[in-house]
Design a protein around this ligand. Structure first.
Ligand SMILES: C[S@@+](CC[C@H](N)C(=O)[O-])C[C@H]1O[C@@H](n2cnc3c(N)ncnc32)[C@H](O)[C@@H]1O
Ligand code: SF4
Length: 374
């Protein structure tokens, strides 16, 4: 198994909360960027030791690409990489970019999974977020996608938003459940440094909810989705009928992936690399055949910390075999584990240690308590 991530570093607008890598002024170098990404795809073909099981166009805003641009990138991949027959091909799309015509073309190109960034159905939220879509777009885009023939549709929702009541949040979940989607990624708003949102909070113009309000929105989310037959297979990800994101599951299970495009990360056992997060410098470096990434070989300590951080976020947990491969627990760690099991935060299964429903709420903190510093 191997995954290929393609980062499209363009956005039409800057959302107030977002610190992903993108530019809103890309008109002058748009074509060069697509050609540079295609060049990187071609150059790195030898890194995929196995046929690809997933391709993921993320961003930024991949749905801003024309059909010709998307097709060029997909054709480059087809020419240079072996692919599994049932490969998952995901495109992240923003609701304002969705039209029946575009949807049909994506389907014809081989895109078989959409991840739609709805975020909220509330007019006021979409306004302070500076989103490019309206509450009406949010309601209609999923049904368009289904009408055209997409059966594997994920939506992104956000909670812990300023002024979002419990009732409104419950209603947002009901709306996505009624729309017939098969996967939900629900993220608690994080205030990232340097964003417009963080400045507004500093100035006192916006405030985020208290921790207990966030906790009760999280509880509403997990119970409502569970009651509707969705499985929480990762802290923020819920799937119906086992329609997990194959691509993201690879990240969490430590499978190799290649990330192309500015800022994209790549991983293979014991090694990770990340591309430069600067669009003109990325294009220039590819043109001149200069290095455009940094890399790191992972120490035993890094591998251990990564194992707990990614494992505890998923339903598959931390595999006992992998713990043994890394030398097993120290006496102190074993007693920490014992404590979590007694407090019903961790379950001791045959092949793995897995967080309980309650433990999931504290996934990152529990994982970090197992971190090694040297
Ligand atoms: C990389 S973004 C790109 C998706 C796409 N461009 C869009 O806007 O819908 C992926 C998802 O991360 C989530 N996200 C981004 N910034 C966030 C933040 N500060 N806090 C919580 N979730 C965030 C949003 O739900 C978003 O849909
Ligand atoms: S949330 Fe999506 S559309 Fe908004 S700035 Fe971030 S990547 Fe771009």
């Amino acid at each position: 198994m191997a995954g290929l991530y393609v980062h499209i570093p363009f956005c039409a607008k800057k959302c107030s909360y977002c610190d992903f890598h993108f530019s809103t002024r890309f008109g002058a170098y748009r074509e060069e960027m697509i050609l540079s990404i295609a060049k990187e795809i071609k150059q790195r073909r030898g890194e995929a030791l196995n046929p690809l099981s997933s391709i993921y166009f993320g961003g930024g805003t991949p749905s801003l690409l024309t059909i010709e641009e998307t097709s060029l990138l997909l054709k480059t991949i087809e020419e240079h990489y072996q692919r599994n027959k049932n490969i998952e091909v995901t495109l992240e799309v923003n609701p304002e970019d969705i039209s029946k015509e575009k949807l049909k073309s994506w389907l014809n190109l081989g895109v078989n999974r959409l991840s739609i960034g709805l975020q909220s159905f509330k007019k006021e939220d979409l306004k302070w977020m500076n989103r490019g879509h309206t509450d009406k777009d949010a309601l209609s885009c999923v049904s368009f996608a289904r009408e055209v023939g997409f059966t594997n549709i994920s939506v992104d929702l956000m909670y812990g938003l300023p002024g979002l009541s419990q009732e409104e949040w419950k209603n947002h979940i009901d709306l996505v459940l009624d729309s017939g989607i098969t996967h939900i990624s629900a993220y608690c708003l994080t205030v990232e440094k340097g964003t417009l949102l963080s400045n507004e909070i500093k100035k006192g113009n916006i405030s985020v909810p208290e921790d207990d309000a966030i906790e009760s929105q999280y509880n509403t989310l997990t119970s409502q989705l569970k009651n509707s037959g969705f499985e929480q297979y990762e802290v923020s990800n819920f799937a119906y009928n086992k329609l997990y994101s194959q691509h993201n599951s690879s990240y969490w299970k430590g499978v190799n992936y290649i990330g192309v495009g500015p800022s994209a990360h790549s991983f293979k056992e014991g090694y990770r690399r990340w591309n430069i997060a600067n669009n003109p410098a990325y294009i220039r470096s590819l043109k001149m055949n200069c290095p455009y990434y940094e890399e790191e070989f992972l120490s035993q300590k890094d591998l251990w910390n990564e194992l707990f951080l990614t494992g505890f976020r998923t339903r598959w947990g931390v595999l006992k075999g992998k713990i043994s491969d890394l030398g097993g627990f120290t006496a102190e760690e074993a007693s920490l584990l014992e404590g979590y099991i007694k407090n019903h935060k961790i379950k001791d299964l045959k092949e793995a240690y897995v967080l309980t429903d309650n433990g999931f709420l504290f996934a990152d903190a529990i994982a970090q308590s197992f971190f090694r510093v040297q």
